[in-house]
Design a protein around this ligand. Structure first.
Ligand code: ADP
Ligand code: MG
Length: 680
């Protein structure tokens, strides 16, 4: 009996070799083949007259070939074939490179539909290597285009797909409960798979896609909700002691209004008896750490522990210092736990956490290890939340039953993504920066102006200030056509030339933790003038005396990331400057970088970033920790994101852990989607 977990080798024409090609694309079973969705479609249905197609436009035309030219050998390995065609009104030259076979198969006095970019001139229009549809072949007018690997053509995939649908189409397991499918007017599985691969027409494609997107988003939402647990209905430790005045009295400054509000919001949560689930959003430098410290203090007052988790060791150590400075004089013990500590140190810290002598634990994801147990964990604070995977966050929450949760983010999340990632978080926003800050002046320059930028940096160093220089890569990478500046090489050049008489340090992610610390400390204590580094400094690092930041290959970073980087300067009293260096001439790139020069509002930049780069790139390399979606798009499917969120909640209300028989296919679907998630 056919089973959709069968190997693709069950299909005609798929042997070892083709199976290996499929594996490269992540396809091994019939099931994964059916879920190998087209990247896009060629629509042969909207035919335009050749005369009306403008040069440069992608169009579909229907023409008849009246003459085929001879093969022209340009040089070894390059032959050009030309056919001359007309649609009755205007002539069109069809140019085909190298593909003798395809050219020979073209018949004269026969109509073809061509899809491609219109080239040539208004007098002599031309299409080069267009996609060609022969109406005699009785194929649909909307043809799928798959994301292929060499050796595998769309045609081969189509043939295999067709057979897979014929043999296995009746054995597809319906994932959606019937009632839900009807309520949402979604088509059957079989119809969806048929029409996503071989659309009857544009409408059928839309119906098919909607169903598959719905299914995928629903699976995602259910998975997230199940992992998050229905925390809201649980009871949580209710805090009694809420006297913040000793903490406030010891602070060297007054809290801003935004900081006060965020603390007030959190206190209300902590007293409610329900678990707090709050996001504190605020631009880089807005002082979110103070909010975290204040809460750590309150928890300790109530005999509860706080875990503070940072995405990098550097940041964890910096938090450690801040928390120690502010909390230890008030009698609250603060300790570090990170992956790079020795076994002995880790064991000691674990003991302290288990017997409750440590009140605040600051660390990296090492805080999540199974062997870390807390005596009375009351609050989990996650800094730069989006950098952790969903799974890691869920793990931490499991450490203490019914814990309060606070997440802090300097990357304001656009609404659609927030809905997906944070679901039901309450939000406190810190909008203003602590007084005395001047916005960072930002300039975009080309590499040819670098000497002037270095001169500018020297002037600042002469005035006793410091500078960061950020490069995107650690080592020279020759594969990239464009030269990217590596940290080591770059620092060496500076030492030999422009900044030879200054003290230059190097910092990057592949250094040992102890070395990183040493460099960071030296920079903090002004034993270094310039820090040449990768984006390891992106989050959190705080050196108020640094007033210039130069970013090489600025085009390689997203707007939000550049904004984060820029936030490392402008923390002291001096006017600070950020210099973006890019030789990219692409108008979109330059526009993007100019937007950054024009605004210092992190929220506006986040929205802009989402629009320009799409959600996939938004946080860089899957840093949002969500599973890879195969068909849904967070930019295009906003309406379905909201609908599936509602549907997921309703399903879980009826069956809190999807335990009913009819939900089992959904459960399997969730397991499949999350199989590789949370590993970022
Ligand atoms: P972020 O929100 O980026 O995490 P931090 O918490 O690191 O910001 O704070 C940035 C800097 O501002 C730190 O040096 C901190 O001591 C200082 N700071 C925080 N709150 C205030 C305040 N209310 N007044 C003056 N300086 C403050
Ligand atoms: Mg911070």
């Amino acid at each position: 009996m056919p089973d959709i977990t069968d190997s693709v080798q069950y299909l005609k024409g798929v042997g070892e070799k083709r199976a290996a090609l499929y594996r490269k694309l992540g396809v091994d079973s019939i099931c994964s083949l059916l879920r190998f969705f087209p990247r896009t479609y060629v629509d042969y249905s909207a035919v335009v007259p050749v005369a009306e197609a403008s040069i440069g436009e992608t169009v579909c035309v229907e023409v008849t070939i009246f003459r085929k030219g001879p093969e022209q050998r340009i040089r070894k390995g390059l032959s050009i074939f030309r056919a001359f065609a007309t649609d009755g009104s205007t002539d069109l030259t069809i140019t085909i490179y190298n593909n003798k076979f395809q050219f020979a198969a073209l018949k004269t006095d026969h109509p073809y539909r061509l899809y491609g970019v219109m080239k040539g001139t208004l007098l002599r229009k031309e299409m080069q290597s267009p996609q060609i549809l022969d109406p005699d072949q009785q194929m649909g007018q909307i043809q799928p285009v798959y994301p292929l690997t060499s050796g595998l053509t769309s045609r081969m995939v189509a043939v295999n797909m067709r057979q897979a649908l014929e043999l296995y189409g009746d054995h597809l397991e319906e994932v959606l409960p019937d009632a839900l499918r009807r309520q949402e007017h979604l088509c059957h599985m079989r119809y969806a798979y048929e029409n996503i691969h071989f659309p009857q027409d544009a409408h059928a494609l839309k119906v098919a896609r909607r169903r598959l997107v719905f299914e995928e988003l629903l699976t995602l939402q259910l998975g997230l909700l199940l992992m998050r647990g229905r925390v809201r209905e649980e009871n949580a430790i209710r805090l009694e002691q809420m006297d913040l005045s000793p903490f406030l009295a010891a602070l060297p400054f007054a809290l801003t209004e935004g900081q006060q509000q965020a603390i007030k919001d959190s206190i209300a949560d902590l007293q409610s008896g329900r678990p707090m689930n709050r996001l504190v959003q605020g631009d880089v430098g807005s002082g979110k750490t103070m909010v975290a410290c204040a809460l750590g203090y309150l928890l300790a007052q109530n005999g509860c522990q706080t875990a503070v988790m940072a995405p990098t060791e550097i940041l964890a150590r910096q938090h450690l210092e801040t928390f120690r400075r502010l909390l230890e004089p008030l009698g609250v013990s603060v300790e570090l736990l990170t992956g790079s500590m020795t076994q002995k140190q880790k064991r000691e810290r674990r003991e302290g956490l288990a017997n409750g002598t440590i009140s605040v634990a600051v660390g990296t994801h090492a805080l999540l290890s199974d062997d870390v147990a807390f005596a009375r964990l009351g609050l989990v604070i996650t800094d730069e939340q989006h950098r952790f995977g969903v799974r890691q966050r869920a793990d931490l929450a499991k450490k203490g039953l019914h814990v309060h949760k606070l997440v802090m983010s300097a990357t304001p999340i656009p609404r659609t993504l927030a809905l997906m990632i944070y679901g039901e978080l309450d939000v406190s926003s810190i909008r203003q920066l602590p007084g005395g800050r001047k916005p960072v002046e930002t300039y975009l320059i080309r590499g040819s102006k670098r000497a002037r930028a270095f001169h500018f940096i020297r002037e600042h160093i002469a005035r006793g200030l410091q500078a960061y220089i950020v490069c995107p890569l650690i080592e020279e990478n020759e594969e990239l056509e464009q030269k990217l500046y590596s940290v080591e090489e770059y620092a060496q050049k500076l030492r030999e030339s422009e900044l030879g008489d200054t003290r230059i340090g190097v910092l990057h992610g592949r250094m040992k933790a102890a070395d990183k610390d040493a460099v960071m400390q030296a920079f903090q204590q002004h034993q270094l003038d310039v820090l040449v580094c990768t984006t390891v400094i992106e989050v959190g690092v705080d050196v108020p005396n640094a007033a210039v930041m130069l970013i090489e290959n600025a085009e390689r970073f997203g707007l939000s990331q550049l904004h984060q980087l820029r936030g490392r300067v402008g923390r002291g009293t001096a006017q600070s400057t950020c210099i973006l260096v890019s030789d990219h001439s692409n108008p979109d790139t330059r526009k993007r970088l100019k937007i950054l020069a024009g605004t210092s509002d992190g929220f506006a930049l986040a929205e802009e970033d989402l629009k320009l780069r799409g959600p996939g790139d938004f946080f860089g390399n899957r840093q949002h920790g969500l599973p890879m979606l195969q068909i849904a798009s967070m930019a295009d499917d906003v309406e379905l994101i909201a609908r599936t969120q509602d549907a997921a909640r309703e399903l879980l209300e009826q069956a809190p852990s999807l335990e009913k028989l009819e939900h089992q296919p959904l459960r399997r679907s969730i397991d499949r989607l999350f199989a590789d998630a949370g590993t970022t």
